[in-house]
Design a protein around this ligand. Structure first.
Ligand code: NAD
Ligand code: ZN
Length: 362
């Protein structure tokens, strides 16, 4: 018998869907309307997750009733060629408009399966079963789906909200520490831009104690809840959803300048620190606030000190970021902890200075 920790409803422009967080709750998926009313049920599952949780998955979703497609792990799998391959597999196996897909894995499997579901017969239902911390608190929520193309990450995609998100935190038992940190980087982001209870939870714990059942339940519930609130109010990122880019404009520039030889969580961790410095040097926050932000990121080892590309190189990549209009660079800054402001245009000189101050501090 599973334990439900929270159940929230996301209001999207087209549909309403529940996000259920709990422990051993896969029956919520098999009993859901989307599954019971479907003519065919397909599962796209990460190879790694399938091998680690084989018995549990086969018991919840018997291969006699569910068509399994096992997907290799890795960001490079999120591509068009694979999407076409999977679309063909669905067609060959009789999938119709009344069928459902279930994505079981991290954000790569979730984004990819969402993309395939958005295309198959112009869109079929999808259920997200996220298995990494990052996918539980971030990528499974909000309806964004995508694959990568040669020139950029997540460039080809669609909004295709799921019918259900079921985050079973017992999957986290097997999650390696580096992947915990990937998710914690987004949790820290949610805390700093406004989730006060999450901030306290992070402040009063460490990586080991967060793994205790009660704590990890609260961690996922608070952090996912924060994103749910934002995407329910601003699904298409016309306004407030932009605050979720906190640390990301700088983070993306670091990732692309280093040709993705740095993890997203680390790059965003450094990005949040540089934004803290930028908010301080532009007079928006105090030095104390800046120190508090550094301490929280450091306490979880999110942004280890490392050599960065030059400020000019980072600036060049920021100007290419898809979220910026031509020429100006817009940031999410803080005017206090929990107080983000978005769409702030900052001159190159201030950005350059903040990066230099940051590098000097490290
Ligand atoms: N759609 C969105 O709004 C959105 C938001 C943020 C990120 N993303 C996307 O999410 C992706 C990153 O997601 P991610 O961090 O989950 O990475 P991931 O999917 O690559 O998973 C990371 C690794 O963890 C393994 N793994 C997954 N669950 C596990 C478990 N329970 N135990 C042990 N290992 C497990 C995977 O096999 C993989 O090797 C990126 O492609 C990014 O673009 C999308
Ligand atoms: Zn991110």
């Amino acid at each position: 018998m599973g334990r439900i920790i929270s159940r929230r409803t996301v209001q999207s422009s087209t549909v309403q869907y529940d996000v259920i967080i709990g422990e051993d709750i896969l029956d919520q998926v098999s009993d859901s309307d989307a599954v019971t009313t479907a003519d065919f049920r397909g599962i796209i599952v990460s190879k790694r997750v399938y091998s680690l949780h084989l018995a549990k998955l086969n018991a919840a979703f018997p291969p006699s009733s569910y068509f399994y497609l096992v997907m290799n792990d890795g960001e490079d799998q999120k591509n068009f060629l694979n999407a076409e391959k999977y679309l063909c597999a669905l067609l060959e196996n009789g999938f119709s408009r009344k069928s459902v897909l279930i994505a079981i894995g991290g954000g790569v499997v979730g984004d990819f399966t969402g993309f395939v579901a958005s295309l198959y017969m112009r869109g079929i239902r999808i259920i997200q079963v996220p298995t990494t911390l990052l996918s539980m608190v971030d990528s499974s929520i909000g309806g964004k789906t995508a694959v990568n193309i040669g020139a950029g990450k997540n460039i080809a995609g669609a909004f295709h909200p799921p019918s259900l998100v079921a985050a079973d935190i017992s999957f986290l038992d097997t999650l390696p520490d580096d992947q915990w940190r990937e998710g914690l980087s987004e949790c820290i982001k949610h805390a700093l831009i406004g989730e006060k209870d999450l901030y306290s939870l992070l402040k009063n714990n460490n990586l080991d104690t967060l793994k205790f059942s009660e704590n990890r339940g609260e961690l996922v519930s608070l952090s996912a809840g924060f994103k749910i609130g934002i995407v329910s109010r601003d699904e298409k990122e016309l306004g407030e959803r932009a605050i979720l880019n906190f640390g990301h404009t700088v983070g993306h520039s670091i990732e692309s300048a280093l040709k993705y030889e740095i993890s997203h969580g680390t790059a965003v961790g450094i990005g949040m620190k540089i934004i803290a410095v930028l908010s301080e040097v532009t007079g928006l926050i105090t030095k104390d606030d800046e120190n508090t932000i550094f301490e929280m990121i450091d306490a979880y080892g999110i942004a280890p000190v490392r050599e960065l590309p030059s400020p000019d190189e980072l600036l060049m990549h920021m100007k290419y970021d898809k979220k910026n209009d031509s020429g100006t660079i817009r940031f999410v800054l803080l005017k206090g902890i929990f107080l983000p402001i978005y769409n702030v245009s900052v001159g190159s000189a201030d950005v350059r200075r903040a990066i230099k101050v940051y590098t000097g501090r490290e």
